[in-house]
Design a binder for this molecule. Structure first.
Ligand code: WT7
Length: 644
């Protein structure tokens, strides 16, 4: 596909869109650029409910920022109460589909009742604003209820993806000093039970701060309940009252911490706060998803990732939308599962990832073609650049050539979408995230911090703070500053490479740090390495991402072993399993390569660049003068591997 191929928005889409036509986009963008205070103030007044007005729209003392500080609001109130007590009372807030086929349609009024009761449960456990709750749940409505109930009281939540192992769960509970864990007996995935409560029990052997565990009954399997610590969700809820007013909280009150991989072995706890986060996630529902009351909106992300926070729960509910939640796998019981859901529930906006799309392409067009997808009007993509072949298939086979595709670039740290097309305004170029949102000033710079000319590659940075940006890393403000704000003072360093073309469109080229992107999920090379070296057989490990047809990148580990008589084939399998246990199944290396030594610089730093070259091209070129032992490289590149 030609990079210059442009898809202008269809006239009828433009006509009905929230942001209609390129001039409207430009006007918004210019307003935000030239008068940021006025721009965000008027949106905050118009789009959100406030108990009390703020003192200043923003205060910027890099890297510290405050948005609407002094203002009092509540995320849960904005997502639930204001709709439940208004015209959307009987509108479906959450349309849920369980993997086995059970379904629930929860109206805004019912959601308010569920959230209020559960907030009272949390109160009865002695929790109050500022305490931390860890949520380790399947994709069921109660997971959203748990998040919203925390937000209602100012309890800081941290959702841990259900695919994480008990080890990873433990590390997060400990880092947060959580007082409560909200979980379920299990959840359904490809017809099998994911045993969540068992993992919680293991994690809690070493988590003295946790006083209570609240367990939702989902799979109805046998679980152990520890007296005094573990309680059934339904039993506590039955005793709770429906009445629990939302707490007026400062706009800068912490809303949640979400752990994501950084460049070291220790995950970073990204902290998001209240007012600015909610405002910008709400705005992007209009700007990017063009949300309207009659839409049925479905983002396929799990609530364990930031996409699930901003675009399954907070953004859509604040916008008063119907948000679809599906518990299970896209290929269960068959490859048409997603398309059957679109057909049955008349989904109009569908937001997913390139990796999922590529996996479905492989199964053939007959699956979507057998379904009625005529309700769709807009498609979205997130997690990595969408390759032209996947774009084309998504556009023709799913969108039938009449749904714009919004390719949305953002990060856990950015809180909401920063670069994407407004679909009724911006012509699309497949593979480009297109243009920045209002208030976002991206730049592409070189090593010395100077802007590079259009058309050239460089580091993507963002000038100026935006409302939904992360405020700090939980317990580690120094790392926050070093990681994001030191490269160019006062500007945010994204960790991505990008190029801007002559039309001002951004083309994201991938990470520039030691972070892999596997199935749209961020994974640090160091995190997998640390897990590997904890195994008794491993002396050293170096991990790189290698290109993969479906998942974008796959984990490839180079391992040197301690003295001993090891059966490489067996050990390969054991180490892959080990990583799954230490981190989670999604981090399991696809390939383990045993080697005598790893290529290092004179100062002892592993040269991952060389290893990347080996797994990508099977040869090594480029500068190797700082290598300690060149023969290592030659041996590695000609070596057979222990692959699946
Ligand atoms: C990294 C952030 C934001 C939710 C999903 C991942 C990559 C994300 C795109 C896109 C190209 C993308 C970047 C970014 N990325 N969206 N549309 N085009 N690359 O969140 O785990 O925080 O990862 O994902 O490399 O830095 P995350």
């Amino acid at each position: 596909m030609n990079e210059d191929q442009v898809y202008p928005p269809a006239p009828d889409f433009v006509h009905r869109a929230h942001v209609s036509g390129m001039d409207a986009y430009k006007a918004l963008y210019e307003h935000a650029r030239t008068q940021p205070e006025d721009f965000w103030r008027s949106l905050a007044e118009k789009e959100l409910f406030w108990f009390e007005k703020w003192d200043h729209v923003f205060e910027w003392d890099p890297p510290r920022v405050k948005w609407f500080a002094g203002g009092k609001t509540n995320v849960c109130y904005n997502c639930v109460d204001r709709h439940a007590e208004g015209a959307r009372e009987a509108k479906v807030a959450i349309q849920w589909i369980g993997e086995p086929g059970d379904e629930r349609a929860i109206t805004y009024r019912e959601l308010l009742r569920m959230v209020s009761r559960f907030a009272n449960v949390l109160k009865a456990c002695g929790l109050a604003a500022g305490d931390r709750a860890v949520i380790y749940m399947p994709m069921v409505p109660e997971a959203a209820v748990a998040m919203l109930a925390c937000a209602r009281l100012g309890i800081v939540h941290s959702v841990v993806f259900g695919g994480f192992s008990s080890e990873a769960l433990k590390a997060r509970i400990q880092d947060l000093g959580a007082a409560v864990v909200l979980t379920a007996d299990g959840g359904w995935r490809r017809g099998k039970e994911v045993r969540l409560k068992d993992a919680v029990d293991q994690a809690l052997e070493d988590c003295p701060t946790v006083r209570d565990v609240i367990v939702l009954r989902r799979t109805e399997s046998q679980v152990k309940m520890r007296d005094g610590r573990d309680h059934w969700w339904h039993e506590l809820e039955a005793a709770a009252s429906d009445d629990c007013p939302a707490e007026p909280l400062d706009a800068e009150h912490p809303l949640y911490v979400l752990y994501t991989s950084g460049t070291t072995g220790k995950p970073k706890g990204i902290l998001h706060t209240t007012g600015g986060y909610l405002l910008q996630t709400t705005m992007s529902m209009k700007w990017v998803f063009d949300i309207r009351d009659e839409d049925v909106y479905w983002c396929t992300a799990d609530i364990g990732w930031v996409t699930g926070h901003s675009y399954v729960v907070y953004g859509p509910l604040s916008a008063g939308a119907t948000t679809v939640m599906y518990e299970g796998a896209p290929d269960y019981p068959a490859f048409d599962r997603w398309w059957r859901i679109v057909e049955k529930h008349r989904v109009s906006i569908f937001y997913s990832s390139p990796t999922a799309i590529r996996a479905l392409i492989r199964q053939g067009d007959q699956w979507p073609n057998a379904c009625d997808l005529s309700s769709l009007r807009l498609l979205g993509s997130v997690g990595e650049p969408i390759n032209p072949a996947a774009w084309e298939w998504y556009y023709r086979v799913i969108g039938k050539g009449c749904c714009p595709i919004v390719d949305t670039w953002w990060q856990t740290e950015t809180g909401s979408i920063l670069i994407a097309a407004m679909p009724g305004a911006v012509p699309l170029k497949p593979g480009s995230a297109t243009l920045p949102m209002p208030g976002i000033l991206p730049e592409v710079i070189d090593f010395s911090g100077n802007p590079v000319p259009d058309g050239q590659e460089g580091f993507l940075i963002i000038d100026r703070p935006w409302p939904s940006m992360a405020r700090t890393l939980w317990g580690d403000p120094q790392r926050y500053e070093d990681q994001y704000w030191r490269r160019v003072r006062g500007k945010y360093f994204t960790g991505d490479a990008a190029r801007r073309d002559a039309d001002g469109y951004y083309w994201i080229l991938g990470r520039v740090d030691d972070v892999m992107n596997v199935s749209g999920h961020r994974l640090s090379t160091m995190e997998v390495e640390s897990a590997l070296v904890r195994h008794r057989a491993v002396a050293e490990a170096a991990v790189v991402g290698k290109p993969h047809e479906i998942t974008g990148q796959a984990v490839c580990a180079f391992v040197t072993l301690k003295e001993g008589n090891w059966d490489h084939h067996r050990l390969g399998g054991e180490l892959r399993q080990w990583v799954a246990k230490e981190i989670g199944a999604f981090a399991r290396p696809e390939e383990i390569r045993f080697t005598e030594a790893l290529p290092k610089t004179r100062s002892g730093k592993i040269m991952r660049r060389l290893l990347r070259e080996i797994v990508t091209s099977h040869t090594v070129s480029g500068d190797v003068t700082t290598l300690e032992d060149l023969s290592v490289v030659t041996r590695l590149s000609s070596q057979p591997s222990d692959e699946d």
